[in-house]
Structure formats: structure tokens, C-alpha cells
Ligand binder design. Structure first.
Ligand SMILES: [Fe+2]
Length: 248
């Protein structure tokens, strides 16, 4: 397991997967999507900006003025904090796939319009909370896009973004250096991969994304879109479910 996991805030913990990298995880209440943040001086790298007051407290405390946000995919629970981030931070650059950039501009394609369907399995308290949090007409925009893949430097880290459709057309798997992998909703603890949402496609998933996930080495540290992070060695058991086609 990880060298260090610290529980700090109500919805936040810190992971130290390798070397001196600290990855802060903020879990959005009700829908429990994960946002990951790496701080460095006055800069921050954010994967999937969701809504978290604790994040803004930390950004203020550290005087962060320059944020790069990268998106694993276009779904509302992974992008809903982006506009507020732009309101509160001087410089915010958003990087995602071309298809993701197109789809975050539409409340139908980013699923904001279908929020009630996404949360219908939650308990009543969570549904009420989630109800208040999301604007059904939410849209946002990106600054930089790529068709198949992109490499990007964040401080001393190499970021690789690889297009990974199937769960959604605009999906990507994101590598930080060699062993840290942000998988979005393509590998989620205890669940099969959902391809039933608008734009989802089983064939795309199997022909592209499943190949990338299957090929990850056991030593990789997986930071999923929902649920707890873990080593690929430990997360691989979820591939069993994922290989039995549980396409809900
Ligand atoms: Fe999703």
C-alpha cells in the first residue's frame, strides 16, 4: 500500500504514491467523484475539478494563482467545479481531448441535463444534496485540446494524456511520470464500466481503453474517478468484474 495516506479535511485525503509527490484527493459530496490536486509553489495541477470549498481554502492558503486543469472526461461530476475555479483563480488553463472540449459545451453531452438519472440510485439525503449542487444547464470550455494524445510538462513532471473512449467519447487516461495513472471512470472499484450513458460505446471501450488499462503494470498507482486509489496490483481484481461484461 501507500507509504502515506493522511486524512485532513472532511472530504479530503493525501496520497504519496512515489518519491516526494503528494496528491490531494477531494471527494465531492453526494456523487463522490474524485478531484486530484498537486501543488507546487504558486501553481497547481488539478485533475477533474469538482466542487469543494476545502480546495478553495487550500488554494487561498497557498496563494495559488496559476492552475492547469486536465479532464479525464466530459461528465458533469468531473467538470462541475471548473467555472468557479475560473472565477476565483487568476490563470486557469484547461486541457482535454477535442471531443471532450466539444461535449463540455453542451449540458446534454456533459450529462448536466440528465443529472437526475445519474443520481437516481443514491439515498434521499444524497439526492437532495446533489440536487442543490448542480446547474442542469452547466457548460464550460477548454483552452487546449488534442486528438489522440498530448504530452505536457507540469513543473518537473511529465504528463501524458491518451484518448480513451468508451465510457464517453471524450475520455482520456492520464499518466503522471511513469507510474501514476488517472483512469477517470474507466476502472472503478467494485463496478463494471458504464457504457450506457449517451455517447458511451462498448466497442470503443474494448478496442481502445480496455487495451490501455489491461496493459498497465502492477506497480502503477491508479487514481480512479470514483472510489479509493490503489496499486494496479490491488485494483486488478476489479478487472474481473470489468471483464465479465457488466455494462450497466
Ligand atoms: Fe463518467
Amino acid at each position: 500500500m501507500y507509504g502515506n495516506i493522511r486524512n485532513i479535511g472532511k472530504h479530503m485525503d493525501i496520497y504519496n504514491p512515489v518519491g516526494n509527490i503528494e496528491i490531494y484527493r477531494y471527494v465531492m459530496p453526494a456523487i463522490e467523484s474524485n478531484m486530484y490536486v498537486i501543488f507546487d509553489g504558486d501553481k497547481a495541477l488539478i485533475v477533474d475539478p469538482n466542487m469543494s470549498e476545502e480546495l478553495f481554502e487550500e488554494l487561498d492558503r497557498r496563494n495559488i494563482s496559476d492552475v492547469t486543469a486536465i479532464l479525464t472526461h466530459e461528465h458533469i461530476d468531473h467538470i462541475c467545479g471548473l467555472n468557479e475555479l475560473r472565477d476565483r483563480i487568476n490563470k486557469v488553463k484547461v486541457i482535454c481531448s477535442e471531443k471532450c472540449a466539444e461535449r463540455i459545451k453542451s449540458p446534454k453531452d456533459n450529462l448536466a441535463k440528465f443529472w437526475d438519472v445519474i443520481i437516481m440510485d443514491r439515498n434521499e439525503a444524497d439526492r437532495n444534496l446533489a440536487d442543490e449542487m448542480i446547474d442542469r444547464n452547466y457548460t464550460c470550455t477548454a483552452n487546449e485540446t488534442y486528438e489522440d494524445n498530448k504530452e505536457y510538462e507540469f513543473v518537473s513532471h511529465r504528463i501524458r494524456l491518451i484518448s480513451a473512449p468508451g465510457h464517453s467519447p471524450g475520455g482520456s487516461i492520464i499518466f503522471l511520470d511513469d507510474t501514476v495513472v488517472f483512469t477517470g471512470d474507466n476502472l472503478v472499484e467494485g463496478n463494471g464500466v458504464i457504457t450506457r450513458f449517451p455517447g458511451g460505446n462498448k466497442k470503443d471501450f474494448w478496442n481502445n481503453t480496455a487495451q490501455v488499462i489491461d496493459g498497465l503494470e502492477d506497480c502503477c498507482y491508479i487514481f480512479p474517478g470514483h472510489g479509493k486509489p490503489g496499486r494496479m496490483l490491488e485494483m486488478r481484481k476489479f478487472l474481473v468484474d470489468y471483464k465479465r461484461p457488466i455494462y450497466i
